[in-house]
Design a protein. Sequence first.
Length: 438
Amino acid sequence: MAQVSVKLSDPATCMAPNGPFLHVYVTVTDVKASVNANASDNDSSFVDLTPGLSTQPKQIDLLGQATNQCFLASLGSTQQLQPGNYQQIRVILSDNSPATVGKTLPTNLCVNGAANCVVLNDGTTQTLQLSSEATTGIKIPTGQIANGGLNVAGGATKDLDIDFNTCVSIVQQGNGQYRLKPVLHAGEVSTTSTSINGTVVDSSTGKAISGLVLIALEQKDANGVDRVFMNTLADSGGGFVFCPLPMGTYDVVIVGQTGAGLVYAPTVITGVSTGSALSTVQLHPQPSVASGATRLQGSVTSQNGASLAAATSIDVQVSALEAISANLTVTVPQLPNQAGATLALTTESSSSCASGKDCVSYTIPLPASAPYVGVFSASGTTLVQSAFPAAYVMDGIAFVPSSGGTLNCSPNELQATPVTPVAGSTLLVPTLAFTGCQ
């Protein structure tokens, strides 16, 4: 048998005073895993990674102070885990009913009595609304587990970290309520070498950028496209750190914008392993005559697959993809945004939607210049502007609402035709029209 300890972390980008939240409290009641990537909600292959947590849940502030090992909390451990490659993880949260909360949370940090809540910048508390997170749990599929799964050998001791991407996991609905739309990643971590860090500066001044700089860690999906695994903001001195971080190799994608609106070309550094220091990374401003962002404006629609198609709501992740070489396409984060690197949207009924469809509109600001690219070197990475001209493909992946990662629609991924960015301009992107949705 093997031993696994479960931790939780969150390098949040939406903390006050710049972000909207002072605190985000969630109450975790269980974590379980399966060697079956396609295991259904109540499949018998799931094993409990945190025995005892169901009777003594842990309420965690996702924007709280991490320990010196970078973790927000330890959720528990099991010493009775069968060896195997665990390809699906579920995180179960407590429901918000008074009967449940009163029984399981003798000390409740949500002053409104809920088990899960957000505390806004003005100090007010609102319940964080759940869907299936309290029953079937938040699903972390294979594509969101580092290296495709947690591989446990007999007699081994492993530390599993669950990264809760808070800032893209909370949406404010039209009725003013806050709903959890969870985005989680997981992977094995080392308690001694768990970080990638560096400092970002302006190439022309050598100083920290007087604005916001967003850094994304990315890994390839099954189609070879770099997807965001984790993201963070640089501090006022340009420094950043990803910690804790599952062992592996990542590509680092950086975008930046000054408070005055000067935009920097994206920077991509490939082949960065856990435990690496990027030292100083220079961001190159776009030409002064064209310093503004380009804004790509589009919409997403959804309907079911019945013979008489009808509107159906979906969750959708929208990303801007860019080819930087013949064999590498990356996700370029939206220009510094407290929500994170990608957009998490929900289609809804609206008078602006086409007949028989739910819809949602988006605007995403992006650099207009071709990226600077380099292969990581511990002695210093050389960055060269890509020979590929700047061009973006808007990509949408559909999910069952509030399922925590269950794909939806047929097909479940759509891409619009490429758009060539123009600095300072707003460009229309063809609609991503999903059909065959649940």
